[in-house]
Design a protein around this ligand. Structure first.
Ligand code: BES
Ligand code: ZN
Length: 426
């Protein structure tokens, strides 16, 4: 039974088998137990390095199943560790690239205040209902693949603007990440990312098991979708480029976001900040929004807290996941300032995630909690990306061309008149 459960868990959580030993990064809080359990089975892992909250271990591939099971049973994590191809990659978790400082300012009140009333909690609820109504959104399942196409079409329907693109990002899994880009006007090469994960997982039922993932993370996807819809409904034109990203394959070790981060690095895309919305609609604690302190950027977190005070009017506190619990950790590792505003304290978290019980009913069939995160997301998008409302780039450009043409005609007309006057005088 133990072995069978471990096999199901590993299948669901996506652990892999490799010929030699593999490297994992794991929360330091779990190291002792992992060492003890693996040693008991005759394959003691080697602790290679431990830093702030993260440790790197070399383990035998055969031990991954047991570790995955331990992390699930003792820590409620799925799987709670990342598997790395190389020691160098694992060590990035301990020594993340330094984040470039940004000048965080709150000076776009009129733009934010024009967008906030356009946010609709019923639209968020509707999106959660549609996503959680799918059998599951597992990264290797047909309905997981269908979820990507569904979201792409939904996002595309938000605007007819041709400067706004919506693309699928392929990384070799049936499920693809979805990326919507609103290009910046004056600082287009500086990119602001707002993300969440599209996949869901059933810890017990495997690939095709029911995994509604209403909170984890249909709520985050629905929240950021609503931010995008409202911004586009107002014809918002950011100065910096904004990318909305629904990552595939988060639940099996942040693989979707790691692939996106790798791709952006290769293309030298300069991401100046990332906001992760993973679980926004289950109010488990007395305060509304909890900013995760670990695997995030302290300066950006301070800015996010100011945004809450200025625009959301919600209560907030600080907490920690204790490990790289979502896609913000992929950006953090790459040196991008990341923040993760969360729906509850860690200790009061929704205990139904990763099961068939992660439903909208658990949030009283409404999106009253998620709407606070949508307000925060819109404020973050606008105060990070700045910009104004206005017509799409194409119209602006052709309008300015038309203006230039009129100036030319006027100039030539003026010249012709002057010449005629001169000729007549002679
Ligand atoms: N949304 C969860 C993370 C989470 C759960 C944060 C509960 C705070 C409270 C996320 O989708 C997830 O399940 N992450 C995995 C770790 C990841 C590295 C595979 C987890 O927590 O086990
Ligand atoms: Zn999850």
């Amino acid at each position: 039974m133990r072995i069978a459960l471990a096999a199901v868990l590993l299948a669901a959580c996506g652990g892999s088998r490799e010929p030699e030993h593999v490297y994992i990064s794991i929360g330091t809080d779990a190291v002792n137990q992992v060492m003890t359990v693996a040693a008991r089975e005759g394959a003691p892992p080697e602790l290679l390095e431990a830093g702030e909250g993260v440790a790197v271990l070399a383990v035998e591939p055969g031990e991954l199943e047991g570790i995955s099971q331990l992390m699930h049973e003792q820590f409620g994590r799925c799987s709670g560790f990342l598997v790395h191809d190389s020691l160098a990659d694992a060590q990035v978790s301990l020594h993340p690239a330094a984040a470039a400082a940004l000048d965080y300012t709150i000076d776009h009140e009129p733009v934010v205040h024009a967008v906030l009333p356009a946010l609709d909690r019923n639209a968020i609820k509707g999106t959660i209902a549609e996503l959680s109504g799918m059998p599951n959104r597992y990264y290797r399942s047909e309905s997981g693949a269908q979820a990507s196409r569904w979201l792409r079409d939904r996002w595309r329907s938000f605007t007819t603007r041709t400067d706004v693109t919506v693309e699928l990002f392929d990384q070799g899994y049936p499920q693809q990440s979805v990326i919507m880009t609103i290009p910046g006007t004056t600082r287009a090469n500086e990119v602001v990312v707002i993300g969440g994960h599209l996949d869901s997982i059933s810890m017990y039922a495997g690939k095709n098991g029911r995994a509604p993932g209403a909170d984890d993370d249909a709520s985050g996807i629905a929240t950021l979708s609503e931010v995008a819809r409202a911004l586009l409904a107002k014809n918002y034109r950011p100065a910096r480029t904004i990318k909305f990203i629904a990552y595939a394959a988060e639940e099996i070790g942040l693989r979707g976001s790691q692939a996106v981060v790798r791709d952006f690095k290769q293309k030298k895309i300069n991401v100046v900040g990332a906001l992760q919305l993973d679980m926004t609609n289950y109010q488990g604690s007395e305060k509304d929004i909890w900013l995760m302190k670990d695997f995030t950027n302290a300066d950006q977190n301070t800015f996010v807290a100011k945004l809450i005070d200025t625009y959301v009017g919600a209560t907030w506190g600080l907490d920690a996941c204790g490990y790289g619990c979502s896609d913000h950790a992929s950006w953090y590792r790459a040196g991008v300032p990341a923040s993760m505003p969360f729906e509850s304290r860690m200790r009061d978290r929704n205990k139904s995630i990763h099961t068939a019980d992660d439903t909208l009913e658990l949030s009283n069939n409404n999106a009253d909690h998620a709407i606070k995160f949508a307000k925060l997301g819109a404020a973050y998008a606008i105060e990070m990306a700045k910009g104004e409302f206005g017509p799409p780039a194409a119209i602006t450009t052709s309008a300015s061309h038309r203006f230039a043409l009129w100036k030319l005609i006027a100039l030539f007309g003026g010249l012709a008149l002057a010449l005629t006057a001169l000729v007549r005088r002679r």
